[in-house]
Write a protein that binds this ligand. Structure first.
Ligand SMILES: [Zn+2]
Length: 131
């Protein structure tokens, strides 16, 4: 298993928040979104980001912006490795000694759980539409 964990290069939660806000603004302008309600973000276990701080900085960063009164939702995404030997996808843990559980290979490609991804921008809340 090869995992590049560059501790010094991991972006601070605040930088992620600013990136998220910029990306959402781009999408908003491009797609002519009217009112954004929620932003759903996948946070990889290997991202080095603590969701608690994401929420904390988000609330501060959106004050007075077009995202004020929106909600940030974070989903933790577990790490997945693609075995270089047999192609199996697995989540490395102590039980399989961080090796492929199918063939025991140590080398693999990190395919999920690395960074932060904006999963969804929720524009309308149609919960109230059928009342
Ligand atoms: Zn394998």
């Amino acid at each position: 298993m090869q995992i590049l964990y560059k501790r010094g290069l991991v972006m601070h939660e605040l930088s992620y928040i600013l990136d998220i806000i910029n990306s959402v603004q781009e999408v908003k302008e491009k797609e002519n979104l009217l009112e954004i309600k929620k932003i759903i973000v996948d946070v990889g276990q290997m991202s080095g980001v603590v969701p608690f701080y994401l929420h904390k900085y988000y609330d501060e960063a959106i004050k007075g912006t077009f995202l004020e009164h929106t909600e940030l939702i974070t989903n933790e995404v577990e790490v997945k490795i693609l075995c270089e030997s047999c192609g199996k996808e697995y989540t490395p843990d102590k039980e399989n000694r961080y090796r492929c559980p199918a063939c025991g290979e140590r080398k693999g490609k990190l395919i999920q759980g690395k960074g932060i991804i904006i999963k969804e921008i929720v524009v309308e809340d149609d919960d109230n539409m059928h009342e």
